[in-house]
Design a protein around this ligand. Structure first.
Ligand SMILES: *Cc1c(COP(=O)(O)O)cnc(C)c1O
Length: 232
């Protein structure tokens, strides 16, 4: 089996190649190494290999790993966020990818104000039209956009999506295109422009890069397959 350092290098090479193929500037894409379920030692190994941005999908797990890594590691929360975890995570995460309702955003803004911080966030959009528990629909987001921009303690940087699962990564292309058009449309509506598109995971990150991703979230291709069997 390859080491984490080797797998990281392979993922970075594939990102660079996809950047080149699609005429994007080198370094236009940030890699979020998704370390959920893996022990802090594995994250340290990845850090030693040069990686700085790590993604976790549970608040508690993220908080437990923060002290194990040097202070310049950045922690992104990518998983669904419950209201009762907001106070624990605001000010601790360099970017929260999963803000999925105006109600959650409004509450997060009030907590950030109380803590005296401005919290960087992405808005999660459910693309693909199917019922999803998480995310704004594109129409909901367009309606909420004005109100979201008034939340002065949130720094809205962009959009995130998890498209419906497909066998052929090429079939995810239209979903990535939709997220990109939505971002461009929102940017036409207001002076506040957003840049980030967090899209693409292990099986489809190269396609996502070709379609304009600025951040890809890759777990399995770096750390290996996750084992949930001994988790409660
Ligand atoms: C787990 C997870 C990923 C990484 O998935 P892989 O297929 O292991 O690359 C990306 N995004 C989110 C939101 C996740 O929960």
């Amino acid at each position: 089996m390859n080491t984490i350092a080797e797998q990281l290098k392979d993922v970075l090479d594939r990102i660079r190649q996809a950047e080149q193929r699609s005429g994007r500037p080198a370094g236009a894409i940030n890699l979020v190494a998704v370390s959920k379920t893996f022990p802090a030692e594995d994250v340290q190994e990845c850090y030693q290999a040069g990686q700085r941005i790590f993604g976790e999908n549970k608040v508690q797990e993220m908080l437990s790993k923060i002290p194990a890594l040097p202070a310049d590691a950045q922690w992104h929360l990518i998983g669904p966020l419950q209201r009762n975890k907001v106070r624990k995570v605001v000010g601790k995460s360099a970017l929260i990818h999963s803000v999925d309702s105006l109600r959650l955003a409004t509450y997060m803004d009030s907590v950030a104000q109380e803590f005296g911080v401005c919290q960087p966030i992405l808005l999660e959009v459910h693309i693909g039209g199917e019922d999803s528990k998480f995310g704004f629909s594109p129409d909901e987001l367009k309606v909420a956009w004005g109100a979201l921009l008034e939340l002065g303690h949130l720094d809205i940087r962009g959009l995130m999506c998890i498209p419906p699962p497909v066998d052929d990564p090429n079939d995810a292309r239209p979903f990535f295109q939709q997220l990109r058009s939505l971002r461009d449309e929102l940017n036409e509506q207001s002076p506040h422009t957003i840049h980030e598109l967090s899209m693409g995971m292990s099986h489809d990150f190269e396609i996502a890069v070709e379609e304009g991703a600025t951040m890809v979230r890759v777990g399995t291709s770096i750390f290996g397959h996750r084992d949930y069997s001994n988790k409660a």
